[in-house]
Design a protein around this ligand. Sequence first.
Ligand code: HEM
Length: 421
Amino acid sequence: MFSARPAPEHSARKRLISHVYSKSYIQSSTAAAAQSQTIIFDRFLPIIEASVAESQKPHGVDIYSIFMAATMDFIAAYIFGLGKGTNFLGNKAYREHFLELYRARNDYGYYDQEMPRLTKFCRRVGIPLCPKWVDGANKELGEWCLGLCAKMGHVFDSDCPSQAEPPDQPTVWDALVGGLRKEAARNGQASVLYPTALSNRELSVASELFDHVLAGQETAGLTLSYLCWRLSQSLELQAQLRAELLSLSPNMQLDGNGTPSVPDPKQLDSLPLLHAVLMETLRRHPPIPGAQPRQTPDSGCRIGPYAVPGGVRVAASAYALHRDEAIFPEPEKWDHTRWLPWAADESQLKERNRQFWAFSSGGRMCIGSNFAMHQMKLMIAAIYSNYTTHIVDDEGMERQSDGYTGRPEHEQLFLRFEKVG
Ligand code: HEM
């Protein structure tokens, strides 16, 4: 989907799965609720709790790596089910290895993306345009995703929809594979979604899901890191947020009398301060600040005052849109009050929401935006219902890299957690 250039192919793919990523579907999904319950209460909070126990550890914990693990576990569980998804939170050594592989290829996407034929040719004749170890890292990551898919069985003769209990329900897999099977029954080999060779069908599904796990992990992990960094700069704001979070019923406070449950998703979504701090973080630190390319239609088009011929690549960027002073005064300042209904008037809020572009907009808009917002709100609620956070080492957080994705310079953030009474 992500790389399908023709609009009909792109939207045919998107239609197969977009319903399971809609807000209403996620909010009423028993699978998503059960998976969140395990990831937050059995995997994530015990790590934080252990860090408090050793708390007087002067170096704190690297929350950046922990968030990258949690966001991978969330999206992998929603796609493959909890049991067949990942456990990055529980396997620090593997996740560090994975993140290293992922980092290795970060700076080398250019040639494959912009000059795929030349790059392939050069590789074939032994003049690689990027280091061999980058190819190695890409290969290992690809095989890792194929391994996840292989656990699900063959795409066209496995049990689908699966009969698993809610935690193990593979929501996205069922939608994608079930949708492809229906499509194949309707259109046979003529379908654009349905490669003829069997091995290509498996690859096509794996390739789609590879995009979801990678797109879903890093972006949300970055946002959570920047949000906790901002909140860690104000104990007063943390206290206001905690008061709001404890108004949930049930709330996420660990009170020693058994495991609390995840809150009602609609109630969580209606908390104005939680929403405001998250929106402002996505505005000021968009995980994808860089240019998002589009190609003008063959017949050409008008963009503002310009007539642009067909087949031209144009781009817009969240970085630029989020720094428009007319809509976001003092745009460099992280100021969550821009999003509070009682601090900004209705027309300002409308304009700000219209200009907000962290997830892009239109037909190519992020398919995972509702999923991401929900899991990030749950994670922030779990933390600030129970702890205060304090910066131990935030070197490099100020310098968000200038690229398609915007990472903090050192890709780490050490925080200390303190339990609140
Ligand atoms: C904070 C979290 C996230 C941010 C900021 C984000 C941002 C974006 C942006 C800006 C795009 C548009 C790219 C373009 O226009 O070329 C996009 C597309 C996409 N995102 Fe996300 N994303 C997030 C989370 C997720 C999650 C959780 C998933 C999991 C499914 C996901 C999957 C995708 C996919 C598959 C596309 C391609 C959509 C298409 O081509 O129609 N993203 N995302």
